[in-house]
Unconditional design. Structure first.
Lengths: 221, 264
C-alpha cells in the first residue's frame, strides 16, 4: 500500500532554492530514499512537502490513498502525527521542560496530566545522555541535548514515516553511532524513510533508492 | 498637473491603508470566530492540558499583576477622592466617584496594565513560537494550537480582566477612602454610603461588558500580531509595539462605544 503520494506536486522556491517543478512521488512501506539536491533549500522544501508542512501550489497530496485538503487544517493534524519529521527546523517548545516536551503529545491525546515517560523514551534518553536533564528547559541544555530530545520525541510517537534531514547536525559525536544504529533499525523494520544527510558517506549507509533534485526538477531512480 | 498627481497618490495611499486595515480586521474576526468555536466545541482531546494552561495564564495575568494593580488603585482612588471632594458638593461625590472611578478609569487603567504586562508577553511569545517553528512542532504531534495556545490565552486573560477590574475598583474606593480619611480632615463620613447608593445594576453590567470586550479583544489582537510575524526574530519587537498600540486604541474605542450605547 502506498503511504504517501504526491501527484503533480509543484511548489515555488523558498530561500535560495529553485523550488520544486511539477513531479509525482510515492512512498510505501519498506522504501528508503537518499535525497540529493544541488541546493539545500530544495531538499528541505521536499522534506517539508512530504511532512505536509508546505501546501502544494499545484497538485495533490495523498496519505494512505486519501487526498488531503490543506484548507482543512484540523484534518491534517492526525496525518502530521503519523510522520516523524526530523528536519533541521524541527524544534522543542521553549517554555516547557524536555520531559513535558516528550509527553506533550500524550498529555493532549490521552487527556491526562499524570503520565510518565514510557520505557522506550526513557531508554532513549539514557542512550542520548539526557536522562538527568529532563527537568530543564531547552534553553538550559546544550543544543545537542535539545536535538536529542527532538529525535526521541519523533522516535516515540509511533510514526509510520521518517523524514530525516542532516541527521547528524547538532548531535554530540559519541551519540552519532547510536543514532545511525537507530535509523538502521527503523529502516530494517520496514518503516519508510527519506533522508537528506548532505554527506555521501552517510547516504550509502541506509539508502536503497535515490531522489535527485537538480534546478528544481525531481527525479527518482 | 502636479497637484492632480499628488491628490491621486494621496487617495491611492488612503485606499491602500483602508484595504490593509479592513483585511486585518477581517482576519482578526475570523481568528476570533475560530477561537470561540473551539471554546464552544471544547474537544475532549487536551481538555486537562487546556485547563492547566488556563490556570497558568490566570496566574501570570491576574495574580502576578496584583502588586501593580493594588498600589495604582490606591494612589488613583485616594487622589480622585481628594480632588473630587474639593470640586463636587458632598452629595454628588458618590455619583461622581462611581462614574469616573468604577465605570471609566477602573476598567481602562486595568486594561492598560494588562496590555503592558500580558498582551506584550503574548505577542512576543507567539511571535517567537512562530519564527522558531514551535507551532509546527505542536502540529507535528497532532496538537491543535487553538486548543493549547489560543483558547487558554483568551479564557485566562478574560477571566483575569474580570478579577483585576473588580479588585481595582474595590481597592480604589475602599483604599482610597481609607487613605483620604487617614491623611486629611475632609468631611468624607458619608462617602461610602453615597457610593453604595450610586452604584446601579447598569454600572455593574457595563463594567462586566468592558471586562469581556477588553479581555477578548486584547487576546485576539496580541495573538494576531504575534502570528503575523513571518520572517525573523527582528519582526517580533515591531509586532509587539504595534500590537500594544492596537490594543490601546481598541480599549479606548470600546470604552467610548459602551458609554455611548448605555449612558448617552
Amino acid at each position: 500500500m502506498v503511504l504517501i503520494e504526491l501527484r503533480d506536486y509543484a511548489h515555488a522556491p523558498t530561500g535560495r532554492g529553485k523550488g520544486l517543478e511539477k513531479f509525482s512521488f510515492s512512498l510505501s512501506p519498506g522504501d528508503s530514499f537518499g535525497l540529493h539536491a544541488d541546493r539545500i533549500d530544495d531538499a528541505h522544501l521536499f522534506l517539508r512537502a512530504l511532512a505536509t508542512l508546505e501546501p502544494p501550489e499545484e497538485g495533490s497530496y495523498f496519505f494512505k490513498g486519501e487526498a488531503l485538503d490543506f484548507s482543512k487544517f484540523r484534518k491534517l493534524l492526525p496525518v502530521r502525527r503519523r510522520i516523524a519529521y526530523l528536519g533541521i527546523d524541527a524544534t522543542l517548545i521553549g517554555n516547557r521542560t524536555l520531559r513535558t516536551n516528550l509527553l506533550l503529545g500524550r498529555y493532549y491525546l490521552e487527556n491526562k496530566l499524570n503520565l510518565e515517560l514510557s520505557e522506550e523514551a526513557l531508554s532513549l534518553c539514557r542512550l542520548f545522555g539526557i536522562e538527568d536533564k529532563l527537568d530543564r528547559r531547552p534553553s538550559q541544555v546544550a543544543p545537542e541535548d535539545a536535538r536529542a530530545a527532538v529525535i526521541i520525541r519523533e522516535m516515540t510517537k509511533g510514526a509510520e514515516v521518517f523524514l530525516i534531514e542532516q541527521a547528524f547536525v547538532a548531535l554530540a559525536r559519541p551519540v552519532i553511532a547510536r543514532y545511525i544504529e537507530m535509523i538502521r533499525k527503523v529502516i530494517d523494520s520496514g518503516i519508510p524513510c527519506v533522508f537528506y544527510a548532505g554527506m555521501p558517506d552517510f547516504d550509502s549507509l541506509f539508502k536503497k533508492r535515490d531522489i535527485h533534485i537538480r534546478d528544481g526538477v525531481v527525479e527518482v531512480d | 498637473m502636479r497637484e492632480a498627481v499628488a491628490v491621486r497618490d494621496f487617495v491611492g495611499f488612503l485606499g491602500r491603508q483602508t484595504g490593509v486595515r479592513l483585511n486585518r480586521y477581517a482576519d482578526q474576526s475570523a481568528f476570533l470566530y475560530r477561537i470561540l468555536r473551539q471554546i464552544v466545541v471544547n474537544p475532549k482531546a487536551g481538555r486537562m492540558l487546556r485547563t492547566r494552561i488556563v490556570v497558568e495564564q490566570i496566574y501570570f495575568t491576574a495574580v502576578e499583576a496584583l502588586w501593580i494593580v493594588i498600589p495604582i488603585a490606591l494612589l488613583l482612588g485616594s487622589m480622585m477622592i481628594l480632588q473630587l471632594s474639593d470640586v463636587a458638593a458632598q452629595h454628588d461625590l458618590g455619583r461622581v466617584t462611581v462614574a469616573l472611578l468604577i465605570r471609566e478609569f477602573g476598567p481602562l487603567i486595568t486594561a492598560l496594565i494588562v496590555v503592558l504586562r500580558s498582551a506584550t508577553a503574548v505577542t512576543i511569545e507567539t511571535g517567537y513560537m512562530k519564527v522558531l517553528n514551535e507551532i509546527e512542532a505542536l502540529e507535528l504531534q497532532g496538537i491543535n494550537p487553538l486548543d493549547i495556545l489560543y483558547v487558554p490565552r483568551m479564557i485566562g486573560i478574560t477571566v483575569s480582566m474580570f478579577c483585576l477590574i473588580t479588585i481595582f475598583c474595590i481597592t480604589a474606593v475602599l483604599g482610597g477612602y481609607a487613605i483620604a480619611w487617614a491623611l486629611t480632615t475632609l468631611p468624607l463620613q458619608n462617602l461610602l454610603f453615597q457610593i453604595g447608593k450610586a452604584v446601579t445594576g447598569l454600572d455593574i453590567a457595563v463594567v462586566a461588558l468592558k471586562a469581556l470586550f477588553f479581555g477578548v479583544g486584547i487576546t485576539v489582537i496580541s495573538l494576531h500580531h504575534g502570528l503575523a510575524v513571518q520572517k525573523g526574530i527582528t519582526e517580533v519587537p515591531v509586532a509587539t509595539s504595534r500590537g500594544a498600540v492596537a490594543c490601546l486604541y481598541y480599549c479606548l474605542s470600546v470604552n467610548v462605544i459602551l458609554f455611548a450605547a448605555f449612558f448617552l
